[in-house]
Design a protein around this ligand. Structure first.
Ligand SMILES: Cc1ncc(COP(=O)(O)O)c(C=O)c1O
Length: 473
């Protein structure tokens, strides 16, 4: 049973830097040799994945069902046969310890047994009806208990939940501007693809088919910059600040001590709603980073792992925000709100969410995950110090990352500046060839309730081996 919501992760957010005087770098020639060897090794050992990739090239655009799936470090996509607990098996029969866990979608393990059982049972009793059942009521009660927000709505993805929450924020404040932190990611929400380039806001140029000038209604400031935050809030035009409480998508960036206390005060002062996106930072504990660190958001988004990997998301409202949102809907002309999709909160996803919250996302699961994340972080720090690397380790509860800088980045620009996609790919492929998978973007690693200490030690040993093979000198 879940007893103490606040205890979970208060002590698990840490930054550590290597304490050494002269640092070593990785040798480009050694890296090239390792890369070529590992690509050949991947190819030769995966004839079934290769054959499927060739078949897929005919009828799947980019050879994959979602074009991102070709962004991994592998010469051709790894095709999955089965995923269970902390493990994944490919179609060639190789078994991997999975520290990517579907980039958080499977943060509580692949196919958790209670969720699989609930899905099978519910599939016999109706999948979607556009009407609620008892599970929806139970889930909202449980989310209110965990997050301290009394009112909830649902969506099918965190992207949708963010999109809808922004819409509610604009509707209930009557303001049109949204504020984000530079370098953030909140899903495919057009409103947030604004970067600061040479000090100026600019719509991200990689967006496809976007014809609106997003900078007209989205403002962006650097994380941890309270003066800039106040400057953009001061005209009273910003409906909401949409933020991860700690950035996780450009490499991890933690808030400075006192940052959120001051940022929340500023939001209140200028009438801007705080919309906290806990999709990734739910790694902090049962009530997310919000509960672990005493944040007081007006709106809060949950996604990815909340249904054990089944597509669903939820967003919560404070009592005041909910009352204003309900009033806005009542006062609006009859017709479509622009919020919601037909299959939202269907019976199947609500059954999955209930089983997951009740039996999988438990306090004891988090305790296990925190212990392993600490072990992983300690192992990584050992590698950094043994090899004299100017790298650092950042942690948000069960989420751990090593970054290519001595000091952890303080904002999105700094974090972007230390990304090294080529080196990241080299590391990822090296690990994959040794039966270990980490997130394909930067160096983020998750542990789940089924991950073991031996799994973590294997990962640390393989990263150590990579560094030993490629370090200069
Ligand atoms: C913080 C955050 N919010 C929202 C999303 C969007 O999630 P989805 O792709 O499931 O819609 C992501 C995805 O990575 C995320 O990291």
């Amino acid at each position: 049973m879940m007893t103490d919501l606040n205890r979970s992760a208060v002590t698990t957010t840490q930054i550590d830097t290597a304490v050494t005087c002269s640092f070593k770098t990785l040798d480009p020639l050694r890296l090239t040799a390792v890369r070529e060897r590992e690509r050949a090794r991947y190819t030769v050992n995966r004839p079934q994945s290769k054959a499927l990739a060739e078949r897929a090239a005919v009828n799947l655009m980019f050879g994959v069902p979602l074009h991102w799936m070709s962004d991994w470090s592998t010469p051709f996509p790894l095709h999955v046969d089965k995923a269970s607990g902390a493990q994944l098996r490919d179609v060639d029969g190789h078994v991997y310890i999975d520290f990517c866990l579907g980039d958080t979608g499977a943060m509580f393990g692949h196919s958790p047994a209670p969720v699989a059982r609930a899905l099978a049972a519910q599939a016999e009793r109706g999948i979607t009806t556009m009407l609620p059942g008892e599970d929806a009521v139970w889930v909202a009660e449980e989310l209110a208990r965990r997050f301290g927000l009394p009112k909830w709505q649902f969506a099918l993805s965190a992207s949708d939940a963010n999109r809808f929450a922004i819409r509610w924020a604009r509707a209930l404040t009557g303001r049109n501007q949204v504020l984000i932190f530079n370098g953030c990611y909140h899903g495919t929400v057009d409103d947030v693809f604004v970067d600061i380039v040479n000090g100026q806001p600019r719509t991200r140029d990689s967006l496809l088919g976007q014809v609106v000038d997003i900078t007209r209604t989205t403002r962006s400031v650097e994380f941890n910059d309270l003066a800039a935050l106040e400057a953009v809030l001061a005209d009273g035009q910003v409906a909401c600040l949409l933020a991860e409480p700690a950035m996780t998508n450009i490499g991890m960036v933690l808030p400075d001590p006192g940052f959120w206390e001051a940022a929340q005060t500023l939001c209140k002062r200028y009438g801007t709603l705080l919309l906290i996106d806990e999709t990734h930072t739910i790694s902090s504990g049962l009530g997310g980073y919000t509960r672990a660190h005493g944040l007081r958001p007006d709106l809060l988004v949950l996604g990815k792992p909340v249904g054990g990997g089944v597509p669903c998301a939820a967003y919560g409202f404070s009592a005041e925000a909910a009352a204003r949102a309900e009033a806005a809907k009542r006062q609006a002309p009859a017709g479509h709100s622009g919020i919601g999709t037909t299959l939202t909160a269907n019976l199947l996803t609500m059954a999955a969410m209930r089983a997951n919250l009740a039996e999988v996302m438990t306090e004891s699961a988090y305790a296990h995950m925190f212990g392993l994340a600490e072990r992983l972080a300690a192992g990584l720090r050992g590698i950094i110090s043994r090899h004299h690397l100017a790298w650092c380790v950042t942690q948000i509860g069960a989420r751990t990352e090593f970054q290519f800088s001595l000091e952890p980045p303080r904002n999105g620009s700094e974090a972007a500046g230390i990304l090294d996609p080529a080196l990241e790919h080299d590391i990822h492929l090296y690990l994959l060839n040794r039966g270990l998978i980490i997130t394909p973007f930067h160096n983020m690693m998750l542990v789940c309730p089924e991950t073991s200490a031996a799994d973590v030690d294997r990962l640390v040993a393989a990263i150590d081996e990579f560094v030993a093979e490629t370090v200069a000198g």
